[in-house]
Write a protein that binds this ligand. Sequence first.
Ligand code: SAM
Length: 302
Amino acid sequence: MTDAPAHPRLLGPNEVRDLAERLGVSPTKKLGQNFVIDPNTVRKIVRLAGVDAGDRVIEIGPGLGSLTLGITEVGADVTAVEIDRRLAAELLQTARAMQPEVFADPAAPRLRVIHTDALDLSAEMLTAAPEPPEVLVANLPYNVSVPILMHLLELIPGLRGGLVMVQAEVGHRIAAGPGSKEYGAPSAKAAWYGEWRIAGTVSRRIFWPVPGVDSVLVGYERRAQPRGDEQERALVFELVNAAFAQRRKMLRQALQPVLGAFDEAVATIEAAGLAPTARAEQLGIDDFLAIARAHLTRSGVR
Ligand code: SAM
């Protein structure tokens, strides 16, 4: 039997409320501030994310530190990106107070806090750490979860995987495959980078304040080999945006803004081995890539 630590190492309901009160933080809907108050859920997220000692984790929106402490508890290093100045300023002190043994060595910082909007996060901001992050773990703010996810996947190609908590509807959209009603631009773009799966559900009661929507955990595993290069990715995303902007239309019409007028669009889609009468929801990410490659060839770029 192991001895329980003399003081809690993770934030429970009392710690979250005390901290928020001391900092004068009343959670705002605008910033999607629903804080996790359940240490069991935090440990489950860290376990499902496959985070181990020595891993370099990036966390978006650490808030009061509920998830951050679960990550440092297992011996991983964290780069935390928080938009709220008060929360960003307090995080390191909370971590030191809750887990003094983890933060005892000043030569091993273990936790870096970057105070910025995650959508503005740049490669330069990440250079404070000796090496780039390799795993993403986050309870993402609901209203901007997809743009943040896309920005991170593009910015940090070395991310080998991760686990994010998002609004259930958004999670199902990210993990959806062609042919399902949830399948859309976010699913196709997410699939460019790797495999996504619904890894679990969480009760609304683990948050303070309790949100008005359900949440799910979505797991991510990067592909062993990139599907294509940066030029192809950019064109594929343009095609995906155009196709799903008019998802009820046939590709030969919906893709004209990218591929050119009717005849050219038809010829390119056929050159990719696809039916010009197909619709966006029938195409997997490799189909979009085939169209992009046919377009690059036919327009003489490659
Ligand atoms: N990780 C904490 C937890 O699980 O208790 C807080 C999660 S809360 C759902 C979302 C957090 O993201 C908040 O701390 C909020 O201030 C922060 N946030 C919201 N928009 C952001 C953005 N654009 N960039 C960075 N952080 C953001």
